[in-house]
Design a protein around this ligand. Structure first.
Ligand code: MG
Length: 378
């Protein structure tokens, strides 16, 4: 029987690559629902190609346009509520969470509430509401399968761990486009500079987060929630061949290696526990030169801020995430400079009202407050 997939964020980088995996394995998967924020034409084309029954455009003003472009057999929907309802449909087996930012939280919670397994790419969901998301998944018996390449790597390595406890995670980082730039040069970097990622082709938000290393800070939090392992060491590895490693008490380290191709973690999550063939470049070990270095928090203060937010816990990572979303958007629009991102994030975190064990409502109100505060800081 085919696994029936709902894709939140179908027109973004992870969404389109998920559809490519489905295209390669039509005998294994069927897409029953797709959504996008505003890309009507691509969404309609996807609905046509994959014969998708339910198609959601989040922006309600685009409903008419979507409706007119869908083929017979596809139903148009709009708005966040439709998303939350449709992910719970009885014929959805797994939800791919590929929306960008905090906006992924509500539909993720709705899907988990309905006991759906989630292939999770939307890391901000775990950053902002890790304890709520993990507790809900546990209570409902739903699996959260990592799609982020590093977490997929750790997850794959863990298959070899058996019952042995993992003493440490080594989370690799490409270092981003400014890895070799001096601080004075990074100060004047533009969004265009930051969008040139050396090894991964990703959406704008995560690419900027990679250039500030905030993305790596998020991933440390993500690893903590997904695997319950506290000792996470970030190591810069510019080739992006080792996607992460786990270490045991005896010093033995297990790593997962592959050429950088997001379709691998996506299809591992969708096909778990089985593996499927993938038409990607193979590693050539004769030409492999791997390098490792310490991350530089002086040039990349966002990493340090993420560690601080994680240490404080409660609703502080949620405030950090909201401030970062506002600051990154302003940077992409050319309204602030590169180091304004950590400045804004710091100011918001520093003035946030601490809640040790936030409820879902507390998370949403912290997010709104932090966004408003970040806009003041611009
Ligand atoms: Mg990653």
């Amino acid at each position: 029987m085919k696994k029936r997939i709902a894709i939140l964020g179908a027109t973004g980088s992870i969404g389109t690559q998920t559809l490519d995996v489905v295209r390669q394995h039509p005998d294994r998967f069927e897409v029953v629902m797709i959504s996008a924020c505003s890309s009507v034409d691509l969404l309609a084309a996807q609905a046509r190609e994959f014969g998708v029954r339910d198609v959601v455009i989040v922006r309600e003003d685009l409903y008419g346009e979507l409706s007119s472009k869908l083929p017979a057999g596809s139903r148009a929907h709009s708005g966040g509520n439709a998303l939350e309802e449709l992910v719970c449909s009885p014929d959805v087996d797994i939800v791919v969470g590929a929306m960008v930012g905090f906006s992924g939280l509500r539909p993720t919670l709705a899907a988990l509430e309905a006991g759906k397994d989630i292939a999770l790419a939307n890391k901000e969901t775990l950053v902002a509401a890790g304890s709520i998301v993990m507790n809900l998944a546990k209570r409902k018996g739903a699996k959260i399968l990592p799609v982020d390449s590093e977490h997929s790597a750790i997850f794959q390595c863990l298959q070899a761990a058996g019952d042995n406890p993992v003493s440490k995670i080594h989370l690799t980082a490409s270092g981003g486009p400014f890895r070799t730039w001096p601080k004075e040069k990074i100060e004047t970097a533009t969004a265009a500079d930051a969008l040139k990622h050396p090894s991964w082709d990703m959406g704008a938000k995560v690419t900027i987060d990679s250039s500030t290393l905030m993305n790596k800070g998020f991933e440390v939090m993500e690893a903590k929630w997904l695997f319950g392992i506290k000792d996470v060491n970030v190591v810069v590895h510019p080739e992006s061949v080792i996607h992460s490693m786990i270490e045991f008490a005896d010093g033995s380290v297990i790593a997962q290696l592959a050429t950088p191709d997001m379709r691998l973690p996506i299809q591992y999550a969708l096909g778990y526990p089985g593996r499927m063939p993938l038409d990607t470049a193979r590693l050539d070990f004769r030409n492999l030169n791997l390098h490792f270095e310490e991350p530089d928090t002086r040039r990349f203060p966002c990493l340090e801020l993420a560690f601080k937010a994680m240490e404080r816990g409660g609703n502080i990572p949620c405030a950090l995430n909201a401030a970062n979303e506002i600051a990154v958007k302003a940077f992409l629009e050319g309204k602030v400079r590169f180091y304004d991102i950590p400045r804004i994030v710091f100011e918001v975190m520093d003035s946030a009202c601490f809640i040790a064990e936030p409820s879902t409502d507390d998370i949403f109100s912290t997010d709104s407050w932090a966004r408003a505060r970040a806009i003041e800081c611009l």
